[in-house]
Structure formats: structure tokens, C-alpha cells
Design a protein around this ligand. Structure first.
Ligand code: ADP
Ligand code: MG
Length: 293
């Protein structure tokens, strides 16, 4: 007969270590960050007192009115801008410059117009993995073009691709480097509604497979509710702050494995979706409405 553990043995199994372990630094930390721009008309404080920690593998969306400082914040995570005060850390290391561990996708795709889809991705792979053989670099490029459904269009140049296809190339290029953080600044803002939904579903699938940490700006509350684990809502500038952080508690990550489109229908039907949506819209359009002259 199997013997059950006694209380003493259980105590030993679950005993707290005598020296409590130091709490590890969260994956991505934004600590006491402010950003003041110097302009010809004096200084302008865009962001003030920003504190946010992000877990590894988390999908965080940033929403707020135009001009409140969302891009400024993401540019500091990317390392393109330096905070005026405070710091941003990735795995305890202070971010001071751009690096392949943080890849950014922009609304306007930022592709090299004279290069094909394949070459745009390949160039990034080449600079990130200089020591890998050409065959491996080609394989990585092909794998990521396939991931976004662009195998057939690999030899087309940006002007021969639709907006959605161009954004797929940008996403493939960013992911091919295997960044620790994928940063997206209104990536689907220029796309029509149907392409936008398709790309949201693709991004969700990719995130579910790779669990890259994602930080994404969007103007679209429904997009944020569909994709994010948490939605960070910013107040208006100048000196914008984080107003509230919404936990998307009915996280779609469990439901969406099979079919992202079905998952969207399920989500919209969920009363909690409606509640969070109303809450976020109230924040943006009543509590922090833009002043209308
Ligand atoms: P968002 O992405 O939320 O629309 P931004 O981060 O682009 O906002 O800008 C926040 C504020 O900072 C805006 O008022 C903008 O005009 C100002 N700003 C952004 N970049 C600069 C800059 N390089 N110099 C001066 N002001 C800037
Ligand atoms: Mg912006």
C-alpha cells in the first residue's frame, strides 16, 4: 500500500528556502520614464511618470489618442529614443540603443522598394546571422515568408504587393530575426477592414506558436481586445501617463488554437467583451476625450 506523506514531509517539500530568493526583474520594465522634447519653441514633455512591467510572452496593446505619446514610448523600448528620466530594461539590461532583440514593424511597412519580398527579409536575416551559411539564411527567409503566406509572392517588389502583403513582409522580416520583443506601431492602420482582420488572425496564430513578447499600438479597441492580454490606456498629453491597464481576463489564447475567426465570433458574443469594450471606450471618449474646439 502506498504511504501518504506526513505533515512533516510535506513541510519539507514545500518549505520556503531559508534565504528568500530575490524577486527576478520582470522581462521588460519601464520605470519612472518621462520624455521631454526640445523644440524651437521650448521644451515639450510628452510623457511623464510611466511605469509598466511586461511578462515574457505577454501580448500588450497600447491605446490612446493621437499625439499622446504612444510612439514615443515604443521608440524608447526599441532604443531609437532615450528617456529623459527613468529607464527601460529588457531582462535587467538597460536599453540604450536599438538591437536585434527588439524588432519594430511600422504602419508604412518601411520596406526597401528596389528589393523583392525575399530580399527584404533576407537582408535582415543576413545582418542578424552573419555566421550562418547562405543555405541556412535562405531557409530561414523562406520559412518566415511561408509563415505569413507569401511563398508565391517572394520575388515581387513592394510596388507589386498589396498593403496587406507588404505588411506581411514587414512582419516576416521582424520575426525572422527571432526578436525577444516584437514592437508594432499601428501596423494595420493603413489596411482595409477585411485585410486587417486577416492579419490580426495571422498575428495571433504566430504569437500562439512562438510566444514572442508583443507590444503593439492600435487605435482600434476591438483589435486590442482580440489580440491583447492587457490593454494599456494612456491619458492625453502633454505629460501623458498610463491612465489604466485593462486585463483581458477572458484571454482568447485557449480558445483560438483551432480557428481564429471562430474565436472572434465567440469573443464578441461574450458579455465580458462588451463590458470591457464599453469601459475602454468610456475611458477614451468621455473621461479622456480630446478637446474639441
Ligand atoms: P502618438 O504616437 O501617441 O500619436 P507621439 O509619440 O508621436 O504620439 O507624439 C507625442 C507628442 O510628442 C506629440 O505632441 C508630438 O507632437 C510630440 N513629438 C513627437 N516627436 C517629437 C519630436 N521629435 N520633437 C518634438 N516633439 C515631438
Ligand atoms: Mg504614433
Amino acid at each position: 500500500m502506498q504511504t501518504l506523506p506526513t505533515l512533516q514531509t510535506l513541510d519539507k517539500i514545500y518549505a520556503a528556502p531559508s534565504q528568500p530568493a530575490l524577486k527576478p526583474d520582470p522581462f521588460l520594465t519601464i520605470e519612472n520614464v518621462s520624455k521631454t522634447y526640445t523644440t524651437s519653441r521650448g521644451s515639450y514633455t510628452a510623457l511623464e511618470d510611466i511605469n509598466l512591467t511586461i511578462r515574457e510572452g505577454e501580448f500588450v496593446c497600447l491605446v490612446g489618442h493621437s499625439g499622446c505619446g504612444k510612439s514615443t514610448l515604443l521608440n524608447m523600448v526599441a532604443g531609437f529614443l532615450k528617456p529623459t528620466t527613468g529607464e527601460v530594461r529588457l531582462q535587467s539590461k538597460r536599453i540604450t540603443e536599438p538591437g536585434p532583440d527588439r524588432m519594430m514593424v511600422f504602419q508604412n511597412y518601411a520596406l526597401l522598394p528596389w528589393k523583392t519580398a525575399f530580399e527584404n527579409v533576407y537582408l535582415a536575416v543576413k545582418s542578424a546571422y552573419p555566421d550562418k551559411s547562405k543555405a541556412v539564411k535562405i531557409a530561414i527567409t523562406q520559412e518566415h515568408l511561408e509563415m505569413v503566406g507569401l511563398t508565391e509572392a517572394a520575388n515581387k517588389r513592394p510596388h507589386q504587393l498589396s498593403g496587406g502583403m507588404k505588411q506581411r513582409v514587414s512582419i516576416a522580416r521582424a520575426l525572422a530575426i527571432r526578436p525577444q520583443v516584437l514592437i508594432l506601431d499601428e501596423p494595420f492602420g493603413a489596411l482595409d477592414a477585411i485585410t486587417r482582420q486577416e492579419l490580426q488572425e495571422e498575428l495571433l496564430k504566430i504569437w500562439q506558436t512562438h510566444r514572442t513578447t508583443v507590444l503593439m499600438i492600435t487605435h482600434d479597441i476591438d483589435e486590442a481586445l482580440f489580440l491583447a492580454d492587457r490593454i494599456v490606456m494612456m491619458t492625453n498629453g502633454p505629460a501623458a501617463r498610463i491612465g489604466e491597464v485593462l486585463d483581458v481576463s477572458f484571454s482568447r489564447s485557449n480558445v483560438c488554437e483551432a480557428d481564429a475567426a471562430l474565436c472572434r465570433a465567440d469573443l464578441i458574443a461574450d458579455p465580458r467583451y462588451c463590458e470591457l469594450r464599453n469601459y475602454a471606450l468610456d475611458f477614451l471618449y468621455r473621461r479622456f476625450a480630446h478637446d474639441v474646439d
